[in-house]
Every structure is written in structure tokens, then in C-alpha cells.
Design a protein around this ligand. Structure first.
Ligand SMILES: [Zn+2]
Length: 477
């Protein structure tokens, strides 16, 4: 088989950093802050001054255990911190305190992707590159804000189970929803509290060996991650098809230009010289700590999905709603507001609404759960047609309001019954004698012409099934 025709499989492993929403930093008492004046939340410990001693944040460990429970990890009874040595201006200590061979959580699974490990570490300071518009004029000048130095992070590492950019995006959305449900992080990607690296390789379909991987660093939007992975997979496939080989390196994806540039090659990779952090005692998990973590567990998206499936929702819809807390909450509120609408019908209309609004959260739109429930009820009762229901929804999206009032004002009430619809159906048959002839002969295919005529006459307010029934009745079929 020539390489030109070769089909490739994409293999992706993800490393996700979650900033934990604790009151204080990972190893000192400085407050976490976002948006405060630079360098106002620092102390000798997070500035890495000699002699300052770190103390592990108990709440960060608690959150780490909750994450481990959420993904079904094995929780290590004893884990330790290591120094990960590197020299860079964002690290005043000259090393990061992380976990190495004895992490807090091992193994697990989320949304069909196996979890390799979850461990705790501290974040680096923030480098601010002052450009031409800043007060600093030298183009190479950077300044450092140490407020972020020491922020607690949970790093979640997956096994290389992800097979496409879309699956990566879907997994990350589920992960974000799960973290939000746990309340361990605000998982705001723009503000960097959820950051993702992707290890990407390709291999011929059918092969079980892993190809040489590259690492796409620090992507902070779902769309950029998906686009970055797509661009990198295309780059690797083009290389291999041209008879060249993929070089192991760390890459940067520029979402504005779609360009992929090398940050460093394997030869330049850091040797972190990990060694156990001598200033910290091991994290030993007690029964009390485990009980507290278990007690803090909310209903997770995966469990919610199961519950939605039990309500009769189809797989895709159950997942679409459950994997986004705001959609699931809106669906449940609409369900609670509707008296007897079937859950699948309500779910369908929520999904329809989501496709029409610009907001991420339907609760931020003009449409209330009660209004949506009322639209479903009107359609269910055949007081309006499905098409008219969509028009009502469109009006609600545009400016909110009361569905009944909209139906009244727009004249959207269904036209039905022998008295109203009968004459229109008769007129339609009279206007289309050839169609009527075929229908009489038992060929029902052209009935759509009659339905279309009636819909036009009633401005879409007739029920198609009712029209077909009347056609049969009038033709004596
Ligand atoms: Zn501090």
C-alpha cells in the first residue's frame, strides 16, 4: 500500500490544568485574587525567599479528592510533593512544587476517556509583556505579577484515548461541567482557570503502536483547541505522506493565523531533576478527609445523563443537556413548570431554543422555563401547530413575553375541524384535479400538494395529519 492512500488514526492525550477555587494559595496564606493590582498578594513563601516554609492547603487537597471521586480514581492513602526544577522569570523559587511518582489520584474514567492521574501543584507567576502601547518602551521588556504565583492547580492527565478534535472538545466540555458541578473551580477559560495541553500523534489505521507525538501547549478556548488539533493532525499527515517523519517537539498554535510554530524540540526539553520537596510532609488521607470529600459530592453530569435517559430522552439529547449544567438546569425548570408535557418533548424544545439563542445559558435569554413549557403545552394540546410553536419561540427569543398573548396577537391559533378546514381542503382538491385523480386511484404520494395548498391558505396553522385525514374523508378513501 502506498503512503498516498494510507488512512491515519489520530491519537490524542490531554493534560488539563484547573485552577482551584480556594480562599488562599497552595502553600501559603496569601489570598487568591483575579484582577487586583499586581503584586498585592505575595509573601516570602510564594516569592520564594530563602527560609520561607510552605504548608499544604487542606482545602486544595479536599478539592483534589473530590475530583478523584468524580472520575473514579484510586485515591492514594499517601502522596508526596516533588520539586520540578526549571529556571524562568515566572518561577521565583526556581522550581514548581508538583507531584511526581506518588500523585493524589490514580486512574479513572470520564465520558469514555480513561484518566491516567490527577495531581496537585502550584501555578507560576504571570508574565506581562509590555508592548509599544505600554509605558515600557524596550520591546523585549516583560514585567512579572506574582499574585498568581502559588495558586493551587489540579492537573488531570488522560490516557491517549481521544481520537478526534471533536471528541477532545466534547470531553473538555464534560470535564468543565463536572468541575463546575463539584464547585472546585470557576473553570473560566478566558481567565485561564482551565488550560489544556494536547499530545497529538497519528498512526496507520489498524496499528496499535503509538506514533511520535507533538505537544500543543496552553490552549484556552474550546474552539481554539479543536482548531489547533485539526491543524496539527493535518500537518503531521502531510509530513508522513511526503515521506518525512514527525519530530517530537512542543508547539504553539496561533488561533488568529492558524500557524503552528515550534517552542522547543526534544533536545531542548527540560530536565526537571525532580526530587522530593524536603519542606513538606506527605499528604496522608484520613477517613475524615474521605468522608468530607464524599459528603461534598453533588449529582454529576454522567449521573444526570442516566436520569434523563430514564425519562425517555434519546441518547444524543440526554447528553447534550446533561453535559452542560446550564442546559440541564433549564430543562429541569421547564419540566417542573409544565403540567403534563412529556420530558422528551420538553427536551426537544429546549434543544430548539438553544439553537436559536446567542447566550451560552438559556436562563440569560428572554425565554423563561415557564414560557417554554407553555409553548410545549400549546403544541401538545394541538392549540397551535409545531410550526406555529416555532414562530412563538422565535418571538420569545426576540423579546420575551407570554406565549398565549403571542398566539393571540399573531393569529397563530390552529385552524382545525371539519367546519374550518373542510372547505379549504375541498378547494385544494378542486384546484388540483390531476392530483385528486391520482389520490382517488390510491396513489397517496402527491397528497403533499394538497397539504401545501392548505398550509398556504391557513398561513401554516393547519395540522398536516388532519388535512390528510380530511382528504381521505372527502375522496371516500
Ligand atoms: Zn504567599
Amino acid at each position: 500500500m502506498s503512503t498516498q492512500q494510507q488512512e491515519f488514526e489520530t491519537v490524542i492525550g490531554l493534560e488539563i490544568h484547573i485552577q482551584l477555587q480556594t480562599r488562599t494559595k497552595m502553600f501559603c496564606g496569601c489570598a487568591l485574587s483575579f484582577g487586583d493590582a499586581p503584586n498585592t498578594h505575595t509573601c516570602p513563601t510564594c516569592l520564594g525567599l530563602p527560609g520561607a516554609l510552605p504548608v499544604t492547603n487542606a482545602r486544595a487537597v479536599h478539592y483534589g479528592l473530590m475530583i478523584g471521586l468524580a472520575v473514579g480514581s484510586e485515591l492514594a492513602p499517601r502522596s508526596i510533593f516533588h520539586r520540578k526544577n526549571y529556571f524562568y522569570p515566572d518561577s521565583p523559587k526556581g522550581y514548581q512544587i508538583s507531584q511526581f511518582d506518588e500523585p493524589l489520584c490514580l486512574g479513572g474514567e470520564l465520558g469514555g476517556v480513561r484518566i491516567h492521574r490527577v495531581h496537585l501543584e502550584d501555578d507560576a507567576a504571570k508574565l506581562v509583556h509590555a508592548g509599544a502601547s505600554g509605558r515600557l518602551h524596550a520591546s523585549q521588556t516583560s514585567v512579572v505579577d506574582f499574585n498568581r504565583a502559588g495558586t493551587p492547580l489540579a492537573e488531570i492527565v488522560t490516557e491517549p484515548d481521544v481520537r478526534s478534535a471533536e471528541q477532545a472538545g466534547e470531553f473538555l466540555r464534560l470535564l468543565r461541567t463536572t468541575m463546575r458541578a463539584l464547585g472546585v473551580s470557576d473553570v473560566n477559560m478566558e481567565e485561564g482557570s482551565l488550560r489544556c495541553d494536547a499530545n497529538i500523534s497519528i498512526r496507520p489505521v489498524g496499528s496499535t503502536e503509538l506514533g511520535t507525538k507533538t505537544e500543543l501547549k496552553n490552549m484556552n478556548s474550546f474552539r481554539f483547541i479543536e482548531r489547533g488539533i485539526r491543524a496539527e493532525v493535518a500537518r503531521q499527515e502531510a509530513l508522513v505522506r511526503a515521506g518525512e517523519s514527525v519530530v517530537q517537539e512542543t508547539l504553539h498554535f496561533d488561533p488568529r493565523t492558524e500557524a503552528i510554530t515550534s517552542l522547543r524540540s526534544k533536545e531542548e526539553a527540560h530536565d526537571y531533576r525532580y526530587f522530593p520537596e524536603p519542606d513538606l510532609i506527605p499528604v496522608a488521607i484520613t477517613e475524615e478527609m474521605l468522608a468530607a470529600a464524599r459528603a461534598g459530592m453533588p449529582e454529576l453530569p454522567a449521573a444526570r445523563e442516566e436520569r434523563f435517559l430514564a425519562l425517555g430522552l434519546v441518547d444524543e439529547l440526554a447528553r447534550q443537556l446533561a453535559w452542560r449544567t446550564e442546559l440541564a438546569d433549564f430543562f429541569e425548570a421547564a419540566l417542573a413548570a409544565s403540567e403534563e408535557a412529556a420530558p422528551p418533548a420538553v427536551a426537544h424544545w429546549v434543544s430548539d431554543l438553544v439553537a436559536r439563542i446567542e447566550q451560552e445559558d438559556p436562563a440569560d435569554s428572554h425565554v423563561t422555563p415557564a414560557a417554554l413549557a407553555r409553548v410545549v403545552a400549546l403544541v401538545d394540546a394541538k392549540a397551535i401547530t409545531t410550526g406555529a410553536g416555532r414562530q412563538v419561540l422565535e418571538k420569545l427569543v426576540a423579546g420575551g413575553g407570554d406565549p398565549d398573548a403571542i398566539v393571540e396577537a399573531e393569529g397563530l391559533g390552529a385552524v382545525g375541524g371539519q367546519d374550518t378546514l373542510g372547505p379549504i381542503v375541498a378547494a385544494a382538491l378542486e384546484a388540483n384535479p390531476d392530483v385528486a385523480e391520482k389520490l382517488r386511484g390510491g396513489d397517496m404520494k402527491p397528497v403533499g400538494v394538497i397539504v401545501g395548498f392548505v398550509m398556504k391558505e391557513t398561513k401554516g396553522r393547519a395540522d398536516g395529519k388532519e388535512v390528510t385525514r380530511l382528504v381521505r374523508e372527502q375522496l371516500g378513501l
